[in-house]
Design a protein around this ligand. Structure first.
Ligand SMILES: *Cc1c(COP(=O)(O)O)cnc(C)c1O
Length: 309
């Protein structure tokens, strides 16, 4: 039994300005936990339970925690999610509705993460990390397996980067399916540019701080594997502003009646802003990574802030 669902791949309409091109959206926002994360986290939770784990621990106040909570409920296993104080109330509610035990600890993710590790020492307890684990990448790579059933090889794939779990999974999927010719464009915001700066400096760097509305991209450092894959695979890193991300979320909501986080909006913004970097690609595919940390009130509030400026 797999935890994730097969998501639709839909073609964007109204691409007049992109004549003779196909823009495809892989709708990972339709996973039950609202993001692609369920692919890797679902697989990891399932195998942990099969190996005897009776308690799963996650340290994310975001989509990783929600995916672990959902997978744990489906598997009938206890889940604890340790979250930093900054996590919004509506996420705590969502986690609790999935039967997860929520522990609020620390001001930032790193502190929640340390605490989660400290309580995950027992042999029946499995810590489920948010992005840095081969099992997660194996699960995420099924996105490409599905796209192969649904479509032909795209010239370019656009995806968002936080800690780089999605990036690792997509690259592994491309290699597995002999689709190495596909260009991968890895998008971050200016305030979460951990991959972009690492590639520019040719070494794995740690950001001093995260400064962006795209909270789900807020890893100060990408995983070593993400950095290595990005170099080996010649991934094109790309930065957009918070404003571009929000605008793309608004346009996508109007076009598809679907809410996605700014973390997903960053990738969509390349399409809506007709970015130079994809102009030569005939078939462009966007991983609509989704995210649950958004609601109508929030989107309206962010948009109104933009309208003032
Ligand atoms: C986790 C997440 C990302 C970033 O994924 P990484 O694997 O950390 O790079 C992007 N968008 C959404 C909605 C996410 O939940």
């Amino acid at each position: 039994m797999k935890m994730h669902v097969k998501t639709p791949l839909i073609e964007k309409l109204n691409v007049a300005d992109f004549s003779k091109r196909e823009i495809m959206f892989k709708m990972e926002c339709y996973q039950p936990s609202s993001s692609f994360k369920l692919r890797g986290i679902g697989l990891m939770c399932q195998e942990a339970v099969e190996a005897g784990a009776t308690h799963l621990i996650s340290s994310s106040g975001g989509n990783a925690g929600l995916s672990a909570a959902y997978a744990g409920r489906k598997l009938g296993t206890k889940v604890t999610v340790v979250i930093p104080k900054t996590t919004p109330d509506f996420i705590i509610k969502k986690l609790e509705l999935e039967n997860a035990k929520v522990i609020v600890h620390g001001d930032v993710w790193d502190e929640a993460h340390e605490y989660a590790l400290s309580i995950a020492k027992d042999k029946n307890v499995k810590y489920i990390p948010p992005f840095d684990h081969p099992k997660l990448w194996e699960g995420h790579s099924t996105i490409i397996d599905e796209i192969k059933e649904q479509y032909t090889q795209p010239d370019a794939i656009i995806l968002s980067v936080g800690g780089g779990g999605l990036l690792c999974g997509v690259i592994e999927g491309l290699i597995k399916n002999n689709w190495e010719g596909t260009q991968v464009i890895a998008v971050e915001t200016e305030g979460t540019a951990s991959l972009f700066k690492s590639i520019r400096k040719n070494k794995l760097i740690t950001l001093d701080k995260i400064d962006s509305i795209a909270k789900s991209l807020g890893a100060k450092k990408v995983s070593l594997k993400a950095f290595e894959y990005a170099k080996k695979y010649n991934v094109k890193p790309y930065l957009v502003s918070d404003e571009a991300a929000i605008n793309a979320c608004v346009k996508f909501a109007n076009d598809y009646r679907v809410l996605v986080e700014p973390a997903c909006g960053v990738s969509l913004s390349l399409i809506y802003d007709n970015a130079e970097i994809i102009k030569s690609a005939k078939r462009v595919l966007v991983v609509v990574c989704g995210g649950a940390i958004i609601n109508l009130d929030k989107l309206i509030e962010w948009k109104s802030r933009l309208d003032i400026n």
